[in-house]
Design a protein. Sequence first.
Length: 536
Amino acid sequence: MRKTTVLIVGGGPVGLALAGELGWRGVDCLLVEQTDGNIVTPKMNEVNVRTMEFCRRWGIADKVHNCPFPQDHARDAVFITSFTGYELGRIPRPAVAGTKPEPWSPMRLQTCSQMWFDPILRDFALTWPGVELRYRTRLEKFQDMGSAVKCGIVDLQTGGHETIEADYLVACDGATSAIRNELGIGLTGQGILGYPVHLFFRAPDFLKRVGKPEGTFFLAIDRDGLWANIRVVDPLNAMWRLMVIDSDGKQTPESIDRDALIRRAVGRPFEVDWVGCSIWTRRSLVAEHYSKGRVFLAGDAVHQLSPTGAMGMNTGIGDVVDLGWKLAAIAQGWGGAKLLESYSAERQPTGVRAINHTSDFHISHGKFHDRFAAIEDDTPEGRALRAEVGPELVREVGRMFRTIGLQLGYRYEGSPIIVPDDTKPVPDDPENFVASARPGSRAPHVALTNGSSTLDLYGRGFVLVRFGQEAPEDLEIVEAAKARGVPIKVETIDNREAAAIYETRLVLVRPDGHVAWRGNDAPDDPLAVIDRIRGC
Ligand SMILES: Cc1cc2nc3c(=O)[nH]c(=O)nc-3n(C[C@H](O)[C@H](O)[C@H](O)COP(=O)(O)OP(=O)(O)OC[C@H]3O[C@@H](n4cnc5c(N)ncnc54)[C@H](O)[C@@H]3O)c2cc1C
């Protein structure tokens, strides 16, 4: 019987990222994906700042940065009555080229459609000898035996069945997760928020032909309200996506009048090449638990977010970065018996936080609906209304484009493997990010010499950072870590800005880049600290 440390079910971006993360950490895994992995009509387009930080750690940030989305393409979000109608407001989002990273991160948000991002993750995963990816292969059944998980898979091309014995099974099998259902793990939240329609089309020189300046994301508002968004997916191949924000849920791709919808968006009849159409369900749900026994779940399998705010995949990548080092710690023998339990304790509240904010962004789309009757009129009333609602739309609906606090500000306070201190938490504001090294937080970025970042110090094992040469040198905690087999290194940073942001003279950072413990002096009981942070 084939054995593996981890069997991953699902080769979407989250499963592929887990395969890459495990391979990078030297843990063998087998990933099964029922499709051929080819993506014709992609969902995800925005790889956020935190995910780009992980890509930097994995050494693939340049590949994402150099994806076919042109670096000089303005990414403005624009509120319009139609493409040939009035512009109501514009949120400048400059092209990647020419913009510098903000002070909070060495990375910037990258527009990179899933049709390019998934293959980058796949190639990264395949660079590791311990990683095997099998496409057109489906998990049919599994049984948690207590000491391992017995999994039945089928090769969809040959029909051949095989049994795999895995130490752990990770379900990255998407929103309809059969594994989650089989485990009887419930979902909580607002439930279904609507039935959007996706229409993909090709239209060369689209913006030139309708006379609009460059932008990436257009929100269409007519007398019936904010009804659609239209975004460019692949500018070089003129591929666009029109999303009707809601439908009655009874339509089918065949019954949709596509030409009427593009006419409404453009403001006049307009010919395009239709590429695809789908109707999907917008949900706001999170699983009650992210694991049961030897089975773990990640990505859409445990959180289904409204795409407003672009947090779905990005939250899923955060899941597998948290899970990856813990699985590696167990496989390498230094993780404690409770380490894997902390996965759900840390990531489930992060999922709740993400669904709450993204649902709120979606709800803001409907706030103005009863006010738009004159929005397209060339009358004093129409002009006054446009002048009034434009800034309101930018302020309210535009929040979904200002999410740096949401992206970087999640923290694992209250986790059983974090040693809290008695400082106050910084505000958790989705729009604004306040860097903090309070235990549980993402260890902050500070630019160091030669373009490197504090973040570049973290990733492989634990890192004990000493701020300033006068920080304690007698580091019993390092000896304690070594005694338990926990990989650790010591870094000394002589940088006033970093010392001020990190606040204490010693900070212990986990392999995922979150602060596990900090203090001005060595802890009284170093072994107790090490045992806590390794889940013992
Ligand atoms: C319109 C839209 C725009 C979005 N934009 C963004 C964005 O900009 N940024 C962002 O972060 N997120 C975005 N999202 C969300 C993002 O697309 C999802 O969160 C992400 O695709 C989830 O990835 P996943 O790997 O968890 O699941 P999926 O991508 O659904 O992958 C699950 C995979 O599991 C496979 N599978 C299922 N069962 C089995 C089985 N038994 N055996 C083998 N294989 C199996 C499926 O074939 C599938 O390939 C958007 C979503 C939508 C709808």
